[in-house]
Design a protein around this ligand. Structure first.
Ligand code: GSH
Length: 198
């Protein structure tokens, strides 16, 4: 399995997922600032030219949430996704999809000083609704789905971690406490070593 990655990018999240799984994979580090053979190879598999990307035999997977979902399902024995019959499978999907589809675009625009002129038709709505959603979906204790840590914590919690790190979100005590729990995980620390060493 090949993981196209840059340690200072969102690929730290998929690296965190791979490290939580404790599996072997080939790390292909991409310098996103220069045209290198690795970057050319990345652009061939992902026309967006973005990391992360994962190549597993015939499967090319891009997007943080898709890679995390793929890996969680590929290694069910690691229990990083609830099984199909679980009462929290639907909630798991919600965490996996709301993060990249709704929360991140709204907050990216907000940080740039913009609000979409029509939040009702923009898929991500407006900033105040996004902040309420983050607040209501952040767990009071333990993890997104309850006592068991899952890929939902990497995808949703990973976004909150970067919002807190860059001061993008005026985070509540509950959000900060959740992010602090995430940061204590060994796999998180290993995947974020480059950032933590700064
Ligand atoms: N929606 C994508 C975002 C990936 C992304 O924007 N990656 C950035 C680094 S954090 C990147 O590769 N940028 C290089 C570029 O766009 O040229 C995901 O979830 O994976």
């Amino acid at each position: 399995m090949k993981h196209y990655y840059n340690p200072m990018s969102r690929a730290a999240l998929t690296d965190w997922m791979l490290k939580e799984l404790d599996i072997k994979y080939e790390q292909i580090s991409i310098d996103l600032t220069r045209v290198t053979p690795e970057l050319i190879a990345l652009r061939e598999i992902n026309p967006m030219g973005k990391v992360p990307a994962l190549v597993d035999d015939t499967n090319v997977i891009t997007e943080v949430a898709a890679i995390c979902a793929y890996l969680a399902d590929k290694y069910p024995e690691k229990k990083l996704a609830p099984d199909m019959q679980s009462s929290v499978r639907g909630i798991y999907y919600r965490y996996m999809f709301v993060t990249g589809n709704t929360l991140e675009p709204a907050l990216t625009l907000a940080v740039s000083g913009f609000e979409h002129p029509n939040p009702a038709t923009a898929g991500w709505g407006d900033t105040s609704r996004v902040i309420s959603t983050i607040e209501s979906m952040t767990p009071e204790a333990a993890w997104a789905l309850g006592e068991r840590f899952s890929a939902a914590d990497i995808v949703f919690g990973g976004l909150l971690d970067s919002l807190v790190r860059f001061g993008t979100l005026d985070a509540s005590a509950k959000v900060i406490a959740y992010v602090e729990r995430l940061r204590k995980r060994q796999a998180y620390k290993e995947a974020h070593r480059a950032l933590l060493d700064l």
